[in-house]
Design a protein around this ligand. Sequence first.
Ligand code: KG4
Ligand code: ZN
Length: 341
Amino acid sequence: MIKKDINVLAIETSCDETAAAVVRNGREVRSNIISSQIELHKIYGGVVPEIASRKHIEKINQVIEEALSAAETSLDDIDVIGVTYGPGLVGALLVGVAEAKAISFAAKKPLIGVHHIEGHIAANYIEHKQLKPPFLCLIVSGGHTHLVLVKDYGEFKIIGKTRDDAAGEAFDKVARAIGLGYPGGPKIDKLSREGNPNAIMFPRAHIEGAPYDFSFSGLKSAVLNYLNSLEMKREEINRADVAVSFQEAVVDVLVSRTILAAKEFRMKSVAIAGGVAANSALQKAMSKACAENGLDFYCPSPVYCTDNAAMIGAAAYYEYVKGNYSGLDLNAVPNLRIGER
Ligand code: KG4
Ligand code: ZN
């Protein structure tokens, strides 16, 4: 039985954001500090792992101090240290894990390793106090596209995933092809508002015998072929039409598969999570489809969709309640699978 408030200091360094947060009782964000490296990686068109690790080392202490001071608290008031230990870039993860272990040891606070995707799912708990498992969650980020049954806090069953590119990866690659730069998702989202969604019919992949799996590499190739064929004919490319037609194809498969799964598994609530969950067309279409099918729909605010430490604090709290502590031998696991500890 937990008697008092539990404050988690959470750390996230799995990719290109150095982030720390203080979260009370898994749902109340007292501070959420994110130092983004996007500007540094932009010129390379994507995240450069070596630069990411180096920058995390430079920033991590300052970001943690800021998180504690923005929450008007100190380490004395912290009960648990939560940290992302996978999946992600190994060098980047190691910075957060080493830091969390050092604080845990020095301050004598329990340590909890958090799965990054479990964190994305938990982002939904922050602003939706009524949301409790079971529910269906679609996680769509730069590295993942998963349909997950959240059976209980920290208990998951993957029912579908991408066979090739992640949804965010497809957004980033198509954005690069039409000259929008990195990261492409938000730029496609914005440009799409000026385009005609019915201009180009891009393919929607269905995988025989796997109704909840996804594939985006065919769609990406179709966009590239379309761009090449226009270039060969020296015809002008309407970038907004390409952006919105591509976005429609992605949103279509994400929504239809999620609704199908919710019905099949008799779920009453659907949540979305991860960077692509910030996409305005996806939010709109999923919210509409859920309403039409009598399902409750949940989505985090954009700041909790993309990588942040508050979501790691939320997930760490529920692992803490279950007593799932980590030892000081916690290591970074770049290809950690969800549901594993
Ligand atoms: O969750 P996240 O911050 O990092 C990973 O764990 O991968 O997701 C980043 C991904 C990138 O691919 C980015 O382009 C995409 O999320 N993204 C979006 C939007 N905002 C971010 N994709 C579509 N529309 C958006 N508004
Ligand atoms: Zn992420």
